[in-house]
Design a protein around this ligand. Structure first.
Ligand code: TXA
Ligand code: MG
Length: 346
């Protein structure tokens, strides 16, 4: 038997897809590409399989998982109410990086939703995921395939680095580099059985707030609405447990630098610079051990797709600190800045 964890990466041929589907049906876990990040998938209708996801990721049980479906009809089967806003958003933005939080149906196990009365559902757009969902013929619960709190994987080898040793991980389907590169936007909608008073973005992500507002009107951001008492709001289930302030973090300390002037650097400190776009003039003078420019042309889509891989690479360089220069705070840039500022929260 080949014990090299890298041998779990399989090109997504028919035989590999069938093996992955069989493994999922048998209660095992599969590394699954999506357009946002790689997920660690389990049969959402099998609570024991879902428990393994929490174990393998060392994820606290209070943090609910997103349920992935092949189409809107299957997503509707997971929820107990389907408001008009859900229909408008699904029609325009699915398949795609948007998760809708709605009241759950009973057959979605407590362990998936961390006991919450709601469930997050999404229809991913990656063709491999799509084929897999069709073959398995049941919804898949999948968090990002990294250890809890770490940087999400955007390539199959990242999944192996993070979780390759886990016996329960049957295989990782190779879907190439993730196109979007940041996780889905999580949106909680008002509905007939309660929910928030108006739509609220629990996590910024691959679909911009502007795109959502163009379809359903103004939405609030959870971190604004509950700014004063985020912990309390989390405890009451008002906002997503995954909005814990430190998240998506590399091991190397990261400073988010928004000033026009150069950041103060300690003599002898070995720093890397992670920049959204072309460097400011001061960067020439300062001495950085490594410089990563996410998009020379300042394209947020290009930068988002590169962000997590760049964080990982810099994390391997034994730097004392990463200094990060953010994107303009609009569109997908907001999701990039959200991940950077979480990584910067010590
Ligand atoms: O793009 C993505 O969303 C990726 C891919 C694999 O689909 N998945 C992902 O899952 O990022 P995860 O588990 O790393 O993050 C899911 C987020 C967490 O912040 C969680 O708290 C929130 O979604 N969430 C899930 N269900 C929820 C619910 N019922 N109510 C509130 N927040 C929920
Ligand atoms: Mg995650």
């Amino acid at each position: 038997m080949n014990c090299d964890p890298a041998s779990k990466i399989l090109p997504p041929h028919d035989a590999a897809l069938q093996r992955a589907a069989d493994a999922l049906r048998a209660g095992r876990l599969v590394g699954m590409p999506t357009e946002t990040v790689y997920g660690l998938a389990a049969d959402a209708l099998n609570p024991v399989a879902v428990a393994h996801v929490f174990e393998v990721k060392a994820r606290p049980r209070f943090d609910p998982l997103i349920v992935h479906c092949p189409d809107t009809g299957s997503a509707q089967e997971c929820v107990a109410d389907w408001p008009e806003q859900a229909q408008i958003l699904a029609q325009a933005l699915w398949p795609g990086p948007l998760t809708l939080v709605l009241p759950r149906r009973e057959h979605i196990a407590d362990i998936v939703t961390a006991g919450l009365p709601s469930v997050g559902v999404r229809v991913p757009s990656h063709p491999v995921t799509h084929q897999l969902l069709r073959l398995v013929d049941r919804p898949l619960a999948a968090p990002s395939a990294n250890r809890f709190g770490g940087v999400s994987p955007t390539r199959p080898d990242h999944v192996i680095t993070e979780l390759g040793d886990a016996e329960m991980l049957d295989c990782v389907l190779d879907g190439g580099d993730c196109r979007t590169g940041v996780e889905s936007t999580v949106l909680s909608l008002p509905h007939g059985r309660g929910g928030p008073e108006s739509p609220i973005v629990l996590r910024l992500g691959g679909v911009s707030v502007e795109a959502i507002e163009a379809l359903i009107g103004p939405v609030d951001l959870a971190q604004h609405r509950y700014a004063a008492n985020l912990r309390e709001a989390e405890q009451q289930g008002l906002c997503s447990p995954g909005t814990l302030s430190r998240h998506y973090a590399p091991c190397t300390p990261l400073t988010l630098w928004t000033e026009e002037s150069p950041p103060p650097m300690v003599e002898g400190e070995c720093c890397g610079l992670l920049s959204f776009t072309r460097l400011p003039a001061w960067a020439d003078e300062a001495c950085f051990a490594d410089i990563e420019v996410l998009s020379e042309r300042g394209d947020p889509a290009v930068a988002a797709a590169r962000l997590f891989a760049a964080m990982r690479e810099m994390d391997h360089l034994n730097l004392d600190r990463i200094i990060a220069l953010p994107a303009p705070d609009e569109g997908l840039g907001r999701a990039i800045n959200d991940r950077l500022s979480r990584a910067a929260t010590a």
